[in-house]
Design a protein around this ligand. Structure first.
Ligand code: AMP
Ligand code: GLY
Length: 426
């Protein structure tokens, strides 16, 4: 099989690493990729939102499967473009069309969808840009904390949680006055859910689905879950409290109604679905849907997937996903993200990275890295995720933390408490 993988983060390095383990792989290209993917596949410098360029490349290289890592190209319609373009419509795109990517692209849509299909989620009300007064009055009737969400994509900054009523009012006014352009023309005010978060994942052909390992990521920059939100500072899998009983609830109350609901609404969905969940007293609620895998969750999911991922992609290509197996490694996997000092605010790039020899139970998944003048240098806020296996979360974390010492770059920072909260419950 010849594949093109789109993206350049730790998620894509982990996907590429997993794809490269398949005996069915003939050739893997990654666009644009990073220093890590360049070691195991061929990087292609290409704008992944330039669909014409992506399409031409696929024709030239006889690509059979395009795996889309980030949400951007999906929300922008890369799958639709491939389907509508004659010379490309035989190519399998792993990722939904625009009509499916809307589950991530519009929180207003996904909230209404969940209500239509009785999928547990926080109660919420939507307000348009000409309803600032109504939104403010609604806040007056509520107790804090106040959860405000811009409808559209806002580079991870579109959710505001505010304890203070006056501040929440200010924030909703700012949002509805165009803080994120068209993305905040509609704003949701949602009830606050108090619980523990986790992420669940499936791969689906629109009818059948396979459940991938669940994970928990650590979003805040500071130890003890304080400070600014980031793309994710680490992850663990499995999640100790997500026992059989809980995961059965996730499957029955969330996954099945979502897949059936999409089909019922005529949305032909293929690819991954990422369920951002919160467990409130042992019951799952959906916080958000994403039309892709998570980062850094993928850095712990791929290592725990024993089955050949190309078998799953082939299942989507040939509508035979139901016949494919998903076998999960019973070991735990943890990942700790090394970031550039200052991230998620201003940080420096181009720091030389040295990577010593890691333990065989560890792998360094590159995120913001690039090869320049034969040197691997940092090229983003999140730089390298160190993933390790262990018989449980605690041992896997020990291996991640001892191996992270072997990776060095100026200004590096990482959280030392990834997974700690879950060890007590292990
Ligand atoms: P999202 O971008 O929708 O994942 O939201 C970002 C973060 O906001 C989530 O990871 C949660 O920590 C938090 N969050 C979102 N919605 C709620 C809610 N209804 N109640 C409590 N926390 C929430
Ligand atoms: N780690 C959260 C995300 O990928 O959105």
């Amino acid at each position: 099989m010849k594949l093109l993988l789109l993206g350049s983060g730790g998620r894509e390095h982990a996907l590429a690493w997993k794809i490269c383990k398949s005996s069915q792989l003939e050739k893997l290209y990654v666009a644009p990729g990073n220093a890590g993917t360049s070691e195991i596949a061929e990087n292609i410098a290409m704008d992944i939102n330039d669909f014409k360029a992506v399409g031409n490349f696929c024709v030239q290289k006889q690509i059979e499967v395009v795996v889309v890592g980030p949400e951007g190209p999906l929300v922008n319609g890369i799958h639709d473009y491939f389907e509508e373009t004659k010379k490309l419509n035989h190519i399998t795109v792993i990722g939904p069309k625009k009509e499916g990517a809307i589950i991530e692209g519009s929180k207003d849509f996904s909230k209404a969808f969940m209500k239509r299909h009785r999928i547990p989620t926080a109660k919420s009300k939507s307000f348009k840009k000409n309803q600032i007064e109504e939104a403010v009055n609604y806040l007056d009737q509520k107790d804090g904390p106040y959860v405000l969400k811009a409808d559209g994509l806002a580079a991870g900054k579109g959710v505001i949680i505010e304890d203070d009523l006056a501040e929440a009012k200010k924030a909703v006014k700012k949002l509805l006055s165009g803080q994120f352009g068209s993305s905040s023309e509609t704003v949701l005010i949602e009830d606050f859910l108090n619980g523990t978060e986790l992420s669940a994942f499936i791969i689906t052909d629109g009818v059948n689905y396979k459940i991938l390992p669940e994970a928990k990521d650590y979003k805040r920059i500071g130890e003890g879950d304080i400070g600014l939100n980031t793309g994710g500072m680490g992850a663990i899998s499995p999640v100790p409290f997500a026992n059989r009983e809980f995961m059965d609830k996730v499957e029955n109350q969330v996954i099945i109604p979502t897949v059936k609901g999409l089909k019922k609404e005529g949305i032909d969905y293929s690819g991954f679905i990422f369920f951002g969940l919160i467990s409130v007293k042992g019951d799952p609620y959906v916080i958000e849907y994403n039309c892709r895998l998570g980062d850094p969750e993928t850095e712990v999911i791929m290592p725990r997937l024993k089955s050949d991922i190309l078998e799953l992609f082939d299942g989507i290509a040939t509508d035979t996903l139901s016949e494919r197996d998903v076998e999960i490694d019973l070991r735990s996997a943890t990942t700790v993200m090394m970031v550039s000092g200052g991230y998620p605010e201003k940080y420096e790039k181009d720091k030389e990275i040295t990577i010593g020899e890691l333990d065989e139970k560890s792998v360094a998944f590159h995120a913001g890295t690039v090869v320049r003048n034969n040197k691997t240098v940092s090229n983003g806020g999140r730089v390298i995720a160190v993933t390790s296996y262990g018989k449980n979360i605690e041992t896997a974390l020990k291996v991640s933390y001892s191996n992270i010492e072997k990776i060095k770059f100026n200004g590096q920072y990482y959280r030392r408490d990834i997974g700690k909260d879950m060890i007590k419950k292990n």
